[in-house]
Design a binder for this molecule. Structure first.
Ligand code: PHB
Ligand code: FE
Length: 336
């Protein structure tokens, strides 16, 4: 048998720091280090050593999303300074590129990496900096304070969690079999009032394998993660990605296409800013039943006081980012 081993990209990491136990990492011209509370990101601009500091928990929550979503659509801003842009095959990492104070003074830095190298580096950082007891996908009320302090243990189970992707529709033959633990996920404390009834299905004879229905509310009431849309149906290029949201979306997503939000329960407040400058553009408070189109030229971040259910509807048509960027498509879907 001809077996080939695929070399994993070379991640550049230092030895563990004597005091904190954390490793430092280098990716091109960027340096990453962490201490008891903070993450420090360094780069050089105009011959000056620049550095940016983030709370380690905010950083880990953001980096977890970037890794889990494979750099997502468009821009994933960890905050107003640091982030990544998906070039689909390559990924740009930037510091200050979309922050006018850095950009206007030429103190920003952007570098493009092959996706496997930046992915391997981000995974290695997450693995080393996520301590036992901290789950970057969990709501703050549902995870420990493990992100704090010097290195203690790890939580590979949380950061390597595999998303279950549908092949057909939950319940239809041929769909991804339910993992044995999935049905056993408890109803989340915030969704104790959500009905657990499933619909009755009366399929015409011969169509039993093609007709299916299930309660999406029941399904979502058992989600154990926050701010992590999962593809629950694929119809042509149309992806339905429901998710449960509590506390703050850990990234400011810069859209490279229009996306639609349908608020399925409770409330989310969205802060919407100009994609390039971060200048405030709108605040949108979405209540159960509200529908909004998020334009292609914004970045946005959501706040959900109580765990809520949101349907993110994505358009996976190839070539969309170029059509918006060239002005061929308007950044919004409807002209009123
Ligand atoms: C988005 O940026 O559109 C987004 C990302 C993650 C979510 C919800 C919305 O959980
Ligand atoms: Fe978005």
């Amino acid at each position: 048998m001809n077996t080939q081993s695929i070399p994993s990209p070379a991640v550049q990491a230092s030895a563990a720091n004597n005091r904190t136990g954390y490793r430092s990492f280098t990716l091109g011209g960027f340096q990453f280090s962490r201490d008891e509370y903070f993450v420090h990101i360094g780069w050089t601009a105009k011959g000056q050593a620049m550095s940016h500091t983030m709370s380690a928990d905010a950083f880990l929550r953001a980096m977890m999303r970037d890794v889990a979503w494979g750099f997502f659509y468009g821009w994933v801003n960890f905050d107003a300074v640091i982030g990544t842009r998906n070039l689909y095959g390559k990924v740009e990492m930037y510091a200050g590129r979309y922050h006018p104070a850095y950009k206007d003074k030429g103190l920003d830095h952007t570098e493009t990496f092959e996706s496997p190298l930046i992915m391997a580096t981000f995974k290695a950082i997450l693995e080393d900096w996520t301590n036992e007891g901290f789950d970057p996908f969990a709501a703050p009320d549902e995870t420990g304070k493990g992100w704090l302090g010097v290195k203690h243990g790890s939580n590979s189970a949380a950061i390597e969690r595999e998303r279950q992707a549908c092949k057909r529709m939950p319940g239809l033959p041929g769909d991804t079999p339910l993992r044995s633990d999935t049905n056993g996920y408890p109803v989340n404390r915030a969704f104790a009032d959500v009905s657990q009834d499933e619909p009755e299905i009366h399929a015409e004879a011969g169509f039993e394998d093609e007709v299916q229905g299930f309660s999406l509310f029941k399904y979502l009431s058992r989600s154990d993660v926050t701010w992590n849309p999962s593809v629950s149906s694929v119809c042509g290029r149309s992806l339905c990605c429901p998710t449960t949201e509590e506390y703050i979306l850990p990234v400011k997503h810069g859209n490279d296409r229009v996306e639609w939000f349908i608020q399925l329960s409770d409330e989310i407040e969205w802060e919407i800013e100009d994609k390039n400058t971060g200048a405030p553009r709108a605040k949108v408070r979405m209540k159960a039943g509200d529908v909004a189109a998020m334009p292609a030229d914004i970045r946005h971040q959501g706040y959900s006081r109580k765990r809520s259910m949101l349907l993110v509807w994505e358009n996976a048509t190839p070539g969309l980012p170029e059509m918006y960027e060239s002005g061929k498509l308007k950044p919004y879907p409807i002209e009123f």
